[in-house]
Design a protein around this ligand. Structure first.
Ligand SMILES: *[C@@H]1O[C@H](CO)[C@@H](O)[C@H](O)[C@H]1NC(C)=O
Ligand SMILES: *[C@@H]1O[C@H](CO)[C@@H](O)[C@H](O)[C@H]1NC(C)=O
Ligand SMILES: *[C@@H]1O[C@H](CO)[C@@H](O)[C@H](O)[C@H]1NC(C)=O
Ligand SMILES: *[C@@H]1O[C@H](CO)[C@@H](O)[C@H](O)[C@H]1NC(C)=O
Ligand SMILES: *[C@@H]1O[C@H](CO)[C@@H](O)[C@H](O)[C@H]1NC(C)=O
Length: 344
């Protein structure tokens, strides 16, 4: 009895070891042979577990959509408007198809194509479909500054604009030195923006904007995500989608990441995951006032790169005021120089 028991116990141990080994092989091998269902993203001492299966279960459309351009603007970055051959600063502006009046205000204010601060400025509006796309299509025919994809315009679908825009940049606009990406309800001080680009050390190494560090996940409200979908308490660092800057060397890295990182249903967090996967860094700057101006006065706008939360009428007003100040400065500088030449 005892002998037999002993014999069986060692056999059992052997079988258990064999099973354990098989289980280990089963668990480990998928990680080596095919793309992992999980990805670990490490940010300093914090690890994000990214579960592809859960992304597919909750937001299948975001994962499977193939970017189809209804209007593609293949040549947008190829026209050289600047006789001086200045580097291209592209403004990529997220807009709803129905927001015609916002777009027309931006075209005659800060998004107006021109040479400014050592850059040639060009803009493109990023649109998806709404039930009446014809008006936007007509606008695109006449103005040539609209990029449109065939998915439905919606809050969660905004992440698709990010993914499809990166693909478009990869295919049609690798020459842009900088891309400013923002919403159509912003005031952007282009002169301050170009100055920022010139003055920031190592500017091409970072994503620039209003950076949210370890932002808490919300379970209620407009930006809620369910615990079942994303159980972690914080997001990776990300720049507010209101308005941020991507330098040229960073864009192919984000694009590469977009080919395998699952799409998160919030567009700025999604870009945060792409940046994390690509090992990119941020530079936070307080001049990106995505929370609105501290005071509604001209000096605040003069001292900002981006201001969110003001009316379209105010955007137009502020832009005109800033331009007038700039013209006055130029004039006084010119008279100063003439005076200096005369006295010399
Ligand atoms: C991130 O951390 C996890 C857990 O500590 C580790 O298993 C994984 O290999 C790390 N990934 C990278 C890309 O460093
Ligand atoms: C991670 O780093 C932060 C600050 O850098 C620190 O407050 C936190 O305690 C660290 N967490 C762990 C688990 O080490
Ligand atoms: C996103 O777009 C797709 C395709 O147009 C549509 O079927 C889906 O309902 C949209 N998603 C949301 C959340 O609106
Ligand atoms: C710019 O980057 C270089 C190389 O990484 C570094 O040595 C230098 O300190 C950086 N300059 C500033 C002002 O951060
Ligand atoms: C993007 O991925 C391709 C293929 O995996 C690689 O050859 C290329 O160097 C990557 N580019 C960047 C900027 O990471």
């Amino acid at each position: 009895m005892v002998g037999r028991f002993r014999c069986c116990r060692s056999q059992r141990i052997f079988v258990i070891c064999l099973l354990g080994l098989a289980l280990a092989v089963l668990l480990l091998s998928p990680h080596q042979s095919r793309p992992s269902k999980y990805a670990h993203f490490n940010e300093s001492n914090f690890t994000f577990l990214y579960d592809r299966g859960i992304h597919e279960a909750f937001y299948p459309h975001l994962q499977h959509y193939q970017c189809r351009e209804v209007v593609s603007q293949k040549a947008l970055c190829q026209w050289d408007l600047s006789p001086k051959g200045l580097p291209l600063l592209l403004l990529a502006i997220t807009s709803h198809p129905a927001s015609h009046s916002r777009r027309s205000i931006l075209r005659r204010t800060w998004a107006r194509p021109r040479d400014v601060g050592g850059f040639q400025l060009r803009h493109v509006f990023l649109l998806a479909m709404d039930p009446q796309p014809n008006l936007a299509l007509h606008e695109s025919d006449t103005l040539g500054d609209i990029l449109m994809w065939d998915f439905e315009e919606s809050h969660h679908n905004l992440s698709l604009k990010e993914r499809c825009f990166l693909q478009w940049m990869h295919r049609h606009c690798q020459q842009a030195a900088f891309v400013f990406k923002g919403d159509d309800d912003l005031f952007v001080n282009i002169e301050a923006l170009t100055e920022y680009l010139h003055q920031t050390p190592n500017v091409s190494k970072f994503i620039h904007g209003n950076v949210h560090y370890r932002s808490a996940v919300q379970r209620w409200g407009k930006y809620a995500v369910s615990r079942a979908f994303y159980p972690m308490l914080v997001y990776p660092n990300f720049a507010s989608g209101g308005g941020f800057i991507m330098p040229q060397p960073i864009i192919p890295k984000l694009y590469n990441a977009s080919l395998w990182v699952p799409v998160f249903p919030m567009e700025d967090v999604y870009v945060g995951f792409l940046a994390l996967a690509a090992g990119l860094r941020y530079r936070h700057d307080k001049h990106f006032r995505v929370w609105g101006p501290p005071r509604d006065e001209l000096d605040v706008y003069q001292d900002s790169v981006v201001v969110h939360g003001i009316s379209m009428e105010r955007i137009e007003e502020v832009w005109k005021q800033i331009q007038r100040v700039l013209v006055r400065k130029k004039l006084s500088l010119a008279t100063q120089t003439t005076k200096n030449i005369r006295t010399a």
